[in-house]
Write a protein of this length. Structure first.
Length: 139
């Protein structure tokens, strides 16, 4: 377990994730991050999707080891920074090899609270901000 992260989730594979060489195509890693952050937001932050959206302003990926169809993949997610309208999430993707986690990928996204009705970024709601800060011990 990665002790710098408080949240871990399983990443399910789809048939279309893999190329002819049998490893995950580089394009699907952002989808793996999306699955991980969606689970994190739903289970930990309790983001209210009916009142406010989120857009991704920046995404970074560092590939370390390939992911194969036979692997079991997990993602660690954490909020590492919270601003007024944006926050940064960091990710580590790990696969289990003989019961030991091996890091495959690291990444981050800068997320912006966004009101789709007004088409503008807005302040992160106090409730969600407090959940992020408390869960990650950033206060």
């Amino acid at each position: 377990m990665n002790t710098a992260f408080n949240y871990k989730t399983l990443i399910p594979f789809r048939f279309t994730d893999f190329d002819t060489f049998g490893h995950a195509n580089n394009a699907v890693y952002l989808t793996y991050f999306e699955i991980a952050r969606s689970n994190y937001w739903r289970e930990v932050i309790h983001w209210d999707w009916k009142s406010l959206g989120i857009i991704i302003a920046n995404a970074e990926i560092t590939y370390i080891k390939p992911v194969h169809q036979s692997d079991q993949l997990f993602a660690y997610v954490r909020t590492s920074y919270v601003g007024n309208t944006s926050f940064k999430l960091e990710y580590i993707l790990v696969k289990l090899i003989h019961g030991v986690e091996e890091i495959c990928t690291k990444g981050s996204t800068v997320c912006v609270a966004y009101d789709y009705k007004t088409q503008q970024k807005v302040s992160i709601p106090d409730y969600q901000r407090a959940k992020m800060l408390e869960f990650e011990a950033l206060v």
